[in-house]
Design a binder for this molecule. Structure first.
Ligand code: UTP
Length: 302
């Protein structure tokens, strides 16, 4: 039985340059898909997978994220006296319990690998989950929960993957697939941003990992890779020589909310999915002539 995964790391220290000026004074992870910040989706997914300790690696403007996961007594009191009980209970259920959150600081945005390394003292000598909050998933059960099932069977390191159009592989970390089913197959290699001709598959690493603590020693060597940043994939490529890596081609789909196109698409899809919003939103889009025939028909009130 592999050691239980209790801790999740959320790197939230990037500059979010693709979203300037929105991210000038606010972390990218506080941008909202419909009415929930990106970071809230990742925390909910981790909680659903059984995580009990939430470690945030923050940078500039960290206060907002810390405040988001704190109680706001004044606000709660006002909601209570105004009888807004639904909003109040929504707020309360989103919060991790007291003592379940930890914050550390990445003083300089030196890359994802460096951000993960900054969490080493808080994680300690135990396996941990890593969630990139700008990757938001439409998946049931959540992607980390699906990966946890593979971890319980196989142990080692687990990486969530999804198919990408082969011509786009050069934007992602790509895995080489060995034997085994979609729910847990052997990864035989990884490469960061390959040319399409050199890519070992079209399965890309979409921002969810379960990693063994030996990754920290490799990250501490801190060699800079692609883009002058300390890359997580480079450290994983070394770790795979001595430890097992299992890929999970999960049931679901990712939206890269670090890009404007992914973010806007996620907002539309998640809004259409929402029972309280979807029917009216579909109708509004239909009235603007923005839906095709089939979608527009769905917009007719039932
Ligand atoms: P990205 O590369 O998508 O984020 O990192 P970025 O650098 O903020 O975005 P752009 O490219 O400038 O628009 C993926 C995740 O890793 C975190 C980011 O906050 C994001 O959640 N990250 C990245 C760090 O915490 N530190 C870093 O040095 C880099």
């Amino acid at each position: 039985m592999p050691k239980r995964v209790r801790t999740a790391v959320f790197p939230v220290a990037g500059l979010g340059t693709r979203f300037l000026p929105a991210t000038k004074a606010m972390p990218k992870e506080m941008l909202t898909v419909v009415d929930r910040p990106l970071i809230q989706y990742a925390v909910d997914e981790a909680r659903e997978a059984g995580i009990e300790h939430f470690v945030f690696v923050t940078g500039r403007n960290k206060g907002v994220i810390e405040d988001h996961f704190d109680r706001q007594y004044e606000l709660e009191h006002t909601l209570e006296i105004r009888g807004k009980t639904e909003a109040l209970s929504e707020l309360q259920k989103d919060l991790p319990s007291a003592g379940q959150t930890s914050f550390t600081r990445q003083q300089e945005p030196l890359g994802l690998g460096h951000a993960v390394w900054c969490a080493r003292e808080l994680v300690g000598e135990q396996p941990f989950a890593l969630l990139l909050p700008d990757m938001v998933f439409r998946a049931k059960p959540g992607v980390l929960k699906q990966m946890m099932a593979a971890y319980e069977e196989m142990g080692g390191n687990i990486v969530g993957v999804e198919e990408v159009d082969p011509k786009d592989v050069s934007s992602y970390g790509i895995v080489a697939r060995g034997g085994g089913p979609d729910s847990g197959f052997r990864i035989t290699g990884m490469v960061e941003k390959p040319e399409p001709a050199d890519a070992p598959s079209n399965l890309f690493i979409s921002g969810r990992y379960i990693l063994q603590p030996e990754i920290f020693a490799l990250l501490s060597e801190q060699t800079r890779g692609a883009g002058g940043e300390i890359q997580l994939t480079d450290a994983m490529q070394v770790l795979i020589r001595t430890q097992d890596f299992t890929g999970v081609k999960y049931d679901g789909r990712v939206f890269d909310c670090g890009s404007k196109l992914g973010f806007l698409t996620a907002n539309v899809v998640f809004a259409l999915d929402r029972p309280d919003l979807g029917p009216d939103f579909r109708k509004a889009l239909g009235q603007l002539g923005l839906l095709d025939g089939a979608e527009a028909r769905n917009s007719e009130p039932a």
